[in-house]
Structures are given as C-alpha cells and as structure tokens.
Design a protein around this ligand. Structure first.
Ligand code: ADP
Length: 923
C-alpha cells in the first residue's frame, strides 16, 4: 500500500471517526450474497461495544436482539440487491456487548463501491435515552388521562369560567347526557346561587396565584335542577401556556345525608346514654375513665366529671378487687364480653350490688380500652332472695299441704312408672318411708284400678293434659282410704311428667253417704206427701211424686218422661183466660203464690180442681225448671158449692118468710078491709032496724033512708071490688084469667072511661083532662081489662091528689104501639117505694092510721093485666109533685066477628057499675 493510499485511508478513518454518529459501510454482490462489512467507526464501537474485528468475526448475529432482528443481515442484503430501493430508515433493538438493550436509529443510503458491488452507508444513532423519555411521557399522559377518565371525582377544566373539559364523573354529577352538554358552558350555571359569593372569592384568589386552593364544600346544581353537595378542590394549570382552572368536585350528598342520620343517631344515643339507668363508662387503654353517663350520679352519687380521669377500680369493694381485675385481664386477652357481679362504693360510703358488662375495644388488634356498662342489681338481688325464700316456702307448702303430691313419669308401656318426687303427706298417708315410696309406682297402692282403667286414665291425661278420678288407696298396713286424684301433665326440658294431687275424701264420702240417706228420707217424704210434687219445665215433667203421677193419670215416671204436658192435661174452659196470665206471671217472676187452677185430664176428661204453688228450681242444669206443688181442691170446691147453694136456699127461705110475713100482713089488712064495709053495712042495718023498731017505717025520712041505703051500697061495692080483685089475682096466679081480645078503637075506650069518671070527682075539685094525638086507633085488646086498668090508675090518682089538683089522661099513637099515661099532681111516691108498688100486697103507707083505704092489690093486678096484653107499665114520680103511670101496649089485630055495638052499649051501662065498684074507696 502506497503512502497516498495510506494517507487517504487514514484520512478516511479520521473522517469517519470524527463524526458524532455511528457509521458503518457494508456491501454485497450478486455472486456472493454474504454481507461484507467495509467500515465501522469508533462511534459504532462505542454504541455497540463491538470493534470491527469482532463484527467481522461474529457477523451481525450477536448484535440483534430478537430472531426477527437477527435476519437484519438478510434484510440489508435484500435492500442492497434491490435496485429500486435507495434509502432505508429504521430503528433497531440491539444488545450491546455489555448486555444492555439499546435502541438505534439507522439511516441507510446506497453507495457504489469501487469493485462495482453495491454498498451502503449507515448512519446510526443511539436513541435509547430519547426513546425511554418519550415512552415515559406517553405513559404519563395515558396515566393522567385514565386517572381523569376513571376518577370517581368530577373533574372540570375551565378557562375563565367556560368549561373546556369535563370527565365522565363530572357528566354524571351534573346529570348531563354527554361531555358535549357541558363543554363551552359557563361553570357558574352549575353553581347553587347561595354559593355564588363563595365562588367569586375563590375566583379572585385563583387569579392571584398558581397554588391550589383549600378544599371547600359547595353546592352544585345539576342540569335537572337537583342540588348536589360537593367537596371542591381547585388549582390553576397552564394549557398551551394559557392559565386554566382545574376543579375536582366530589359528590358528598350521600355523606351529608349519612352525616345527618348519624348526627341524629348520635343525639339519640347520647340521650339514651345520658338518660339510661345503666351506668355506662368508657375507659382508655390505660384504664382511665374518659366518658361516664350522668346516671352514675343517681346510682352512686358521683357526677360524670368526678369520674372522668379516674380509674374505675377505686370504686370496687376491696374484697372483690382481685377478682374484677382478673376478669378484666381475661376479657382483654380473650377479646370477649365479660359479665361480673361486684359491689361498688357509693359517694356516701355505702356499697351497691352491680352487674358489670365489660366490652374490650380494639382497633386492628390494638387494645383501645373498655366500655363498661353496669346495672344496679341491689333490687334484683333482693328479688332473687325473695324467690329463694318463696321456693323454700313452696317446698314447705309441698310437704305441708294436706294433699298427697306425686311426680312421676310414664313407663315404656305408657303406664305410670316410678316416682320422681313425693311429698311428706303422701308418705304419711300411705305409711311408707320416702325411700320406699320412691321405689314404687302408683299401681301398687291402687288395687282396684285395673290395667284397662289405668290405660284410659293415661290416655285421657295424654290427650287433654289433665284428668280426675276417684280411687281407693291401700296403705302399707292394709287399710283403705278413698281419694280423689287430680293429675296434670307437666313438661320440663322436653320431658313429660305427671303431677298427681291426691286428696283424702273419707269425710266427703261420709257426708255423701249421709246426704244420700237424707236424700232417701226426703224422697220417701215427698213420695208419701198427699200433694202432687213436680219438677217441670213449661213443656215437660222432669220429676213427679206418686201423688203427682196419680193426678195426671200416669202410672210411672218412665211413662211421664218425654211426654208433653199439653198431651196430659189441658186448661178447663173456665180457667183458659187465667191460665195464660198465670203462665206469664211465672215466666216473669219465676214463682207462683197459691193459685187455683182447673184442668181437664185428657185421658179420661176428669176435671182437676187444684191449687198450685211454684218456684224456680235448679234441676240437673235445666235452666227453666220449676218446683210445682199441687193440691186437690175438688172437696173444697164441693164445700164451696154447698155453701153457695145453702146461701141460695136460706135466701129463698128468707124470701118465703118474707112472703109469709107479707101474706100475714095482707090477711090482717084484708080482714080489716073486709070487716070495715061489713061493719058499716051491719051498723047501718042496725040503725035501720032501730028506726023500724022505734018508729013507723013511714016516719023514716026518705032522704035519710036513701043515705043509709047508699052507704050500704057503697060498702057492698067495696066488698065486691075487694073480692073481685082477690079472685082475679088468684086467677092470674093460677093462670085462669083469659084475655078476651077484640079489635076496637083504643082511643075511644080510654076517652069514654075517662069521661065517665069525671062526674065522680066533680065535688073533689080535681080536674080530669083527657088528650090524644090521634082520633082513632083500632087494635086488639080486652076492653074490660083495659077499663079495669084505667079505673084503677085514675082512682089511685084521685085518692092521692088533694083538691085543686089535676089528673091528665093521655093517649099517644106510636104506630106499632100506643102509650097511655095517667098523670096527677098529687103527693107522689118516693123513689124507694116506686120499686115496690107493683108487687102484690104492697101498700106504701102501712101505718094503721092510714089516711086512704086500699088493699095494696090494685097495682099488682094492673101490672098483670098490662103484661097479659104483652105491654109494660112504669112509674115516674117525685114526692110532693105528682106521679105518672105509663103503659105501653103493642099494636096488633085479631081475627074476629063483627063488632057488637049493642054489646058496647050494654057495656056502657055496665061501666057505671064498674066505676062505682072501682071508686068505692073514694068518699
Ligand atoms: P090499693 O088497692 O090499696 O090502692 P094499689 O096497689 O092500688 O093499692 O096501690 C098501692 C099503693 O101505691 C097505694 O097504697 C099507694 O100508697 C101507692 N099509690 C098508688 N097510686 C098512687 C098515686 N097516684 N099517688 C100516690 N101514691 C099512689
């Protein structure tokens, strides 16, 4: 090699080594595809750690990192041989000789080689450092982006209040549908108005400095108008050199509401703890009281303030201090709640029993202290004591009650098994020792209870939980005691026991027997009573004694049972009305005082006259039962009947007596009446005889003679009248007086007889006035009888009327009847007497010094004659003012022959005679 050549070589070497980048030249020929390294400068040695010799020796292989990279040699060869390619820019990973990974950037350009081969020059730069920085920046950017995107806090960036960025949490917080809703909007739009002032203040601060602002609470307004509580941090950040605000907002609405709830709960809890009766204290890890409820004062007398800062141990009774401390140590170690009882000293020096519940507090296994909750159990201890005493009392009772008590279980066959407990009285009564009895069972001293009985007792006990029966216990010495056993099923800890209480009922049995005897006695008594005794409801007989059954015509109680009362007896017609009343009375008052009743026995229609008493009676739980006692009162009835007929008879007898008396009186009267005219006639005859004896008959003055003869005639009339009346009365009594009915003019007959009387009374200065409302009334009547009636009435009127008076005779036509009245203005008849005057033999004035004559037979005859005409007669009178006799005669006609006018005329003649007779009383 010449010096030029060397120099040029050196220059080239100097040149390539002097450039700051790595430089290598390589070539390849089509003939020999292996890559030939032509130059490798110093820089390349620094970058790769390999010298040119190393490269020539090892080739590119050791240099490249991956398999793919290892094909670089091939790749470069292809590039060199491809005539279309001139440049290549690429980055490669290599491992330098010291084992470091490096990133190289290579710019390869083709260059012609002297030997005509194609070569390439590569300028290589180590970009490892730059690459890493770039990478890191990218990662940073990504990380921050992600941080913003995924931040649960809302992040806004705003420029002078205009939002330029909002992350998804911000979109959510402000209830926007997307980021676009927010960007470009004024941040203030989303601030609650009451926070404006606060925000303006902060804005001003932000303008002034770059540092971040303190975290504050604000209220945002969402796009839907909802108020959202937020905690906001803000700072300035530059974006492209422009100052922007970065705002972090955290939704604290939930926290706020929780806070509110917690605050309330805290208030409540503190109220509870402040007011609790329990003593609650909190001690720190050193055992110093940090909190105590005010209740301490009430229970122990210390205020909370006095206790805070002390150790609770100082209150504990010295006897119990060790025990308490040990318990608390254990509690602390075992992390468990511990309950202990001890005495605490009160401020006044007394001790109180308390139950302390201690709970250790831990924060991540680190002991923080205790919560002590103590309760005053002084009272409870008292109660426990009382309970113990009461238990003792019950045990005493158990052993001292007068009943035997057994507690036992059923055996495997469901029969009473061995005893678990028996009381003292059970042992005493049966004569066994407790130990003996405990080894026995109920069956052994109940010889009369068969296995079947026992089974049914057990069955009832098991199904209903209780059972009662009577039994006879055999004692150890072989005697027997009647007992009543009451058993109940008791369950203790899922096991069933039977508790039997057995009562000695010897006395009761005794009294039952006595009762039975007495009952029998009463039964006999009732059966032999002569009264009917029933127990009955309204419808049925529940019980009847023998007499009762006899009344009802029933042979036995069996026959009576079930029969309706109404099928046995029914109320008598006389009693029907009162029967309902009696039943209603019993229903209302539930008793019946002696009441007479009358029934008909349905079986034989016999009348039952009875007297009944009843009262409500509780019989066999029938609530409408009555005890009824009845007595046969038919004898009494008969006696009453007899009494009544006796009364009747004696009344009749009295009447007869009375009648007899009247008759006697009448006859006394009538004899007087008869004697008077006879006396007169007799004395007149004597007078006439005297005159005839003493003087010549011719000397007898004719007027005197006439007067004596008239007197005799009148007295004969009186006798005739009397005798006529007597005869007619007798005829009427015996029914022999007949009516001689003919159709005549009644008006005419009455008028005629009235007028014919007129002359008789002229000298008495009594007016007689006849009046009629009709001229003629033809009807059937007996003229003679009517005339007798009228003469009688008119003569009475004349008799009892003083001179100057008036007598009215009226006849009045009533179509179907005629009314004939005779009225006077005389002395009248007293009301009392009016009732009597129509009776036979009655004279109103009975005195012997009678002013007026009469037999008292006239009116009774008149009445009979009127009644024979089917008429009626009545009287109206006032004493001192006059009387009126009113006759009412029915109007009818009879079939008859022609009216005999001749006879009428004859009778007119006879009238004068009649009047003489009827008026013979009147002088
Ligand atoms: P006698 O036949 O004695 O008159 P009567 O039967 O006619 O009897 O009358 C009975 C009694 O009734 C008389 O005694 C008299 O006392 C009373 N009597 C009858 N008519 C009248 C009358 N018009 N005024 C007052 N008393 C009368």
């Amino acid at each position: 090699m010449n010096s030029d050549c060397i120099e040029s070589m050196l220059n080239t070497e100097l040149l390539i080594n002097s450039i700051s980048e790595g430089l290598c030249i390589f070539s390849a020929s089509r003939d020999c595809p292996d890559l030939e390294l032509n130059a490798w400068n110093r820089q390349m040695e620094i970058i790769t750690g390999y010298a040119l010799e190393d490269m020539n020796k090892n080739g590119f292989d050791s240099l490249f990192l991956t398999k793919y990279e290892k094909t670089v040699e091939q790749y470069l060869t292809n590039f060199l041989l491809d005539e279309t390619e001139t440049k290549l820019s690429k980055e490669y990973f290599i491992i330098s000789k010291d084992g470091k990974t490096k990133i190289l950037s290579a710019n390869v350009s083709k260059m012609p080689m002297k030997n005509g081969n194609t070569g390439a020059i590569a300028l290589v730069r180590d970009i490892t450092e730059t690459k890493y920085i770039q990478q890191e920046l990218m990662e940073y950017k990504e990380r921050y982006r992600k941080m913003l995107e995924f931040s649960t806090d809302a992040v806004f960036i705003h420029n002078n209040g205009i939002i330029v960025y909002a992350n998804p949490s911000a979109v959510k917080l402000l209830e926007a549908s997307s980021e676009e809703d927010l960007i470009g909007k004024d941040m203030m739009k989303f601030i609650a108005p009451d926070c404006y002032e606060l925000i303006y203040e902060r804005m001003k601060l932000t303008q002034a400095c770059y540092s971040s602002l303190p975290v504050i609470e604000e209220k945002f307004l969402s796009m839907k108008g909802k108020t959202v509580y937020v905690e906001v941090a803000a700072t300035n950040i530059p974006i492209n050199g422009v100052k922007n605000n970065l705002v972090f907002a955290r939704n604290i609405s939930y926290r706020k509401s929780i806070e509110k709830v917690l605050r309330e709960r805290e208030a409540m809890l503190s109220r509870v703890t402040e007011n609790t009766l329990d003593l609650i204290a909190i001690c720190d890890s050193q055992g110093i009281v940090t909190y105590a409820t005010p209740s301490h004062f009430n229970v122990l007398g210390y205020t909370a303030e006095e206790l805070i800062g002390t150790r609770p141990n100082i209150l504990i009774h010295s006897d119990e201090l060790n025990f308490v401390e040990n318990s608390f140590e254990k509690m602390k170690k075992l992390h468990q709640i511990t309950k202990i009882q001890c005495r605490l000293k009160c401020k006044n020096g007394n001790y109180k029993n308390v139950e302390i519940c201690g709970k250790p507090l831990y924060d991540k296994e680190l002991f923080q202290g205790y919560v002590l909750s103590s309760r005053d159990i002084t009272d409870r201890i008292g109660t426990e004591e009382a309970l113990r005493k009461s238990e003792k009392k019950y045990r005493k009772l158990f052993n001292n009650v007068n009943d035997s008590i057994y507690l036992y279980r059923f055996d495997e066959n469901g029969l009473p098994g061995e005893f678990i407990e028996v009381n003292d009285i059970a042992c005493k009564r049966l004569g066994y020792k407790r130990e003996e009895l405990l080894n026995m069972n109920v069956r052994e001293f109940n010889p009369f209870i068969t296995e079947n009985d026992g089974k049914s007792i057990s069955e009832k006990l098991m199904t209903t939980g209780q059972e009662m029966h009577e039994a006879i216990n055999r004692t150890k010495d072989g005697s027997y005691i009647p007992v009543e056993v009451n058993s109940i099923l008791v369950e203790v800890d899922n096991e069933q026991y039977i508790l039997s209480i057995s009562r000695d009922i010897t006395e009761r049995k005794e009294s039952e027997r006595a009762l039975k005897h007495s009952e029998e006695r009463y039964r006999m008594l009732i059966e032999s009573l002569p009264f009917g005794v029933y127990i009955r409801t309204r419808e049925r007989i529940l019980f009847s004694n023998k007499t009762g059954l006899e009344y009802l015509g029933i042979s036995s109680m069996e026959e009576a049972c079930g029969r309706m009362f109404s099928s046995i007896v029914r109320p008598h017609d006389d009693y029907k009305e009162n029967y309902e009343k009696t039943m209603a009375f019993v229903a209302e008052y539930q008793y019946l005082l002696p009441t007479e009743e009358k029934y008909i026995r349905i079986s034989d229609n016999k009348v039952l006259d009875i007297e009944t008493v009843a009262t409500k009676w509780n019989y066999d739980y029938t609530d409408d039962a009555y005890l009824v006692v009845i007595r046969d009162i038919s004898d009494r009835r008969k006696a009453e009947e007899l009494e009544r007929s006796m009364e009747e008879k004696s009344k009749q007898l009295n009447e007869v007596f009375e009648y007899e008396k009247m008759r006697t009186e009448f006859f006394a009267n009538i004899s007087h009446e008869l004697r008077t005219p006879v006396n007169v006639i007799f004395s007149t005859i004597q007078l006439l005889n005297f005159s005839i004896d003493r003087m010549n008959i011719n000397n007898l003055a004719p007027d005197k003679f006439k007067k004596h003869m008239d007197t005799m005639k009148q007295n004969c009339y009186r006798l005739i009248r009397l005798i006529n009346n007597l005869i007619d009365a007798t005829r009427i009594d015996y029914g022999y007086l007949d009516l001689n009915l003919s159709n005549s003019d009644i008006v005419n007959v009455i008028e005629d007889i009235t007028l014919s009387v007129a002359s008789y009374i002229e000298d008495k200065d009594i007016a007689l006035i006849f009046d009629t409302d009709t001229e003629e009334k033809i009807m059937a009547f007996d003229t003679d009888k009517i005339e007798r009636i009228m003469l009688n009435l008119i003569s009475n009127a004349v008799k009892f009327t003083e001179s100057g008076g008036t007598i009215y005779v009226n006849i009045c036509d009533r179509e179907n009847s005629v009314i004939i009245s005779v009225r006077d203005t005389g002395i009248g008849i007293s009301e009392e007497k009016q009732k009597l005057i129509f009776e036979r033999f009655v004279q109103v004035d009975k005195s012997l010094t009678r002013r007026r004559e009469g037999s008292g037979i006239g009116l009774s005859l008149v009445k009979s004659l009127v009644e024979m005409h089917n008429g009626t007669i009545s009287v109206k009178s006032t004493t001192g003012r006059g009387s009126e006799f009113i006759i009412k005669l029915p109007v009818f006609l009879v079939e008859e022959k022609e009216i005999n006018t001749e006879a009428r005329k004859l009778s007119a003649q006879a009238n004068i005679e009649k009047i003489d007779i009827e008026f013979s009383d009147i002088y």
